[in-house]
Design a protein around this ligand. Structure first.
Ligand code: HEC
Ligand code: HEC
Ligand code: HEC
Length: 460
């Protein structure tokens, strides 16, 4: 009897132990899922309409397309055979399980800061919380010399800082949490920091604004005119949570995707911590910037004059006000004032007091006209139609210049040539030609040295 009671107690205890192990494992997977959202792994590791994390997205780089790989736990096509150590090496060091080096299109230079505990949680999620998908995306085939992955070792030596995150004891716990997320998993600098000739982030201009394909990721350093210095903590939190702040900015293109997939899923504490840190980053100032990009323009109505006027036969000769009246005024209104911009809903933004018309780099203005705005972060979904098919390069340039003069930064401009290039996917980079040319020069030099040595040897 006594024995049976004891056995019962042991059984209950071990059952309870199994339960807690199970609960702990579940909690770890859940935390990993949250961290995977913070890191926005899905954005790059899923193809449009493809299965989550099965890879296949082509990332356009100046060197050619780099295709993301399958990171589902498939043992045949994904990372199902990765050990925790191998997973950590890929995430933080850019080393694949087979020892080959990854291209820095995978942002391991940011993820290098992810803590051991967080790597464990991410690993648990990818191994147990993600469904395996047994398909392989096409392989990356960069042109010579970049197809030689070993060359990344030299790059890593120069640009990979593999020191773990060390909290700054003179700052608050909240600030340190924000710094850890912004610099690490949330990898804001991947898009917002300009890059040098070797495609590495310029740390001296951290978050100072950079071109991202056909888009422009603006200066988000704490500078009061060039950056987001005047944004309040609440502004930054709202922007990351909804992609929209009245009188400031809204997120389109890659930033809309980042808000949708990643930032809107973060809890308030983490978003506030990120805002606190962002308000303290070193200011990156551009001398040409005269006032904050959201602080231009005001309510104006030059469309009144053109109403009733006949349109020119050649649509490319339509004036700015005519184009605005025909395509934009129904939503952004006759005075450019927008409509229904409540606190709870994004509504239709005003075109003045809007960073989209305040930056000297006007690529986003053009891209928004070409592709529209699509975001799910707010309810109902935010949608501006794409005008790429309706409007010619010339019309977009005329309209853009009119809007900049009327509602935005009058020193900025749009050209038809710029629209043409952005429509075609952006400018080709001279990097490949430069790399090949320098290899040829290096080869010739080597040959010259060898010939010299041979002649010397002959003589002696
Ligand atoms: C900005 C795009 C981007 C983001 C964000 C990103 N990755 Fe990647 N990742 C890539 C690309 C591209 C590759 C393949 C690079 C190559 O072939 O050299 C890759 C490769 C990998 C690999 C190596 C897999 C293999 O064996 O081929 C792992 C593991 C990985 N990523 C995990 C992650 C995790 C986990 C996250 C989120 C925390 C993440 N990645 C976020 C672009 C990204
Ligand atoms: C995938 C690239 C990418 C990543 C990652 C990214 N951003 Fe952006 N961000 C952009 C682009 C592009 C824009 C311009 C969007 C527009 O104007 O429609 C932008 C706009 C912004 C703006 C508005 C600035 C203005 O002047 O309008 C803020 C603020 C911002 N990002 C903050 C962040 C923060 C903070 C992070 C990291 C937590 C981050 N971004 C990560 C690409 C990115
Ligand atoms: C059907 C309504 C609609 C029409 C028509 C429309 N827009 Fe928009 N526009 C929107 C919405 C909605 C947004 C995004 C609001 C948000 O992000 O919260 C937007 C955003 C913008 C932005 C800011 C984008 C950014 O990334 O910061 C610009 C600039 C803009 N529109 C210009 C135009 C121009 C120029 C036209 C005419 C060619 C036009 N819009 C026509 C609804 C419209």
């Amino acid at each position: 009897m006594k024995f049976r009671r004891r056995l019962g107690a042991v059984l209950i205890a071990s059952f309870g132990f199994a339960m807690t192990v199970h609960a702990a494992e579940d909690a770890l997977i859940k935390r990993g899922e949250y961290l995977a959202k913070a890191g926005d792994c899905i954005a790059c590791h899923s193809a449009p309409q493809g299965k989550p994390f099965a890879g296949g997205l082509s990332l356009a780089t100046p060197l050619g397309n780099i295709v993301s790989t399958n990171i589902t736990p498939s043992k045949t096509n994904g990372i199902g055979n990765y050990t925790l150590e191998q997973f950590a090496a890929a995430l933080r060091g850019g080393v694949r399980a087979d020892g080959q080096l990854l291209y820095p299109a995978m942002p391991y230079t940011s993820y290098a800061l992810v803590s051991d505990d967080d790597v464990k949680a991410l690993y648990a999620y990818f191994m147990q919380g993600v469904a395996p998908v047994n398909v392989s995306p096409p392989q990356t085939a960069l042109p010579f010399p970049f197809n030689v992955r070993v060359s990344m070792a030299a790059w890593n030596l120069l640009f990979l800082d593999s020191r773990p995150f060390t909290p700054d004891p003179s700052q608050s716990v909240e600030w340190n949490r924000g710094a850890y997320l912004v610099k690490g998993l949330a990898h804001c600098s991947t898009c917002h920091t300009p890059r040098n000739a070797l495609m590495a982030e310029e740390t001296s201009a951290s978050l100072g604004g950079s071109v991202v394909g056909t888009w422009y990721a603006p200066n988000i350093s704490s500078d009061p005119t060039s950056g987001i210095g005047p944004w309040s903590e609440a502004d930054i939190v709202a922007y990351l949570r909804t992609g929209h702040v009245v009188g400031r900015a809204q997120a389109a293109g890659p930033m809309a995707e980042a808000v949708d997939n990643s930032f809107r899923h973060l809890d308030d504490r983490d978003l506030r911590a990120m805002a606190v840190y962002l308000q303290s980053t070193p200011a990156v100032h551009h001398a040409a910037d005269r006032r904050p990009p959201y602080a231009w323009g005001g309510r104006k109505a030059s469309v009144d004059e053109v109403r009733g006027e006949p349109l020119p036969e050649d649509a490319n000769r339509m004036s700015g006000p005519q184009l605005y009246d025909a395509y934009c005024a129904s939503c952004h209104q006759v005075h450019g004032e927008g409509a229904g911009q409540g606190i709870d809903g994004p509504g239709l933004p005003s075109l003045f007091h809007n960073t989209a018309l305040g930056h000297t780099n006007t690529n986003n203005l053009v891209m928004v006209m070409l592709e529209g705005v699509h975001r799910q972060a707010s309810a109902p979904d935010v949608l501006m139609p794409a005008f790429g098919r309706l409007l010619s390069d010339q019309q977009i340039a005329t309209l853009g210049n009119y809007l900049l003069k009327e509602y935005g930064n009058p020193n900025a401009s749009v050209t038809a040539e710029q629209v043409k290039i952005l429509r075609a996917g952006g400018e080709a980079s001279p990097l490949i030609t430069i790399a090949r040319a320098s290899l040829i020069v290096a080869g010739l030099l080597l040959l010259a040295v060898l010939l010299l040595l041979m002649r010397r040897r002959k003589r002696s």
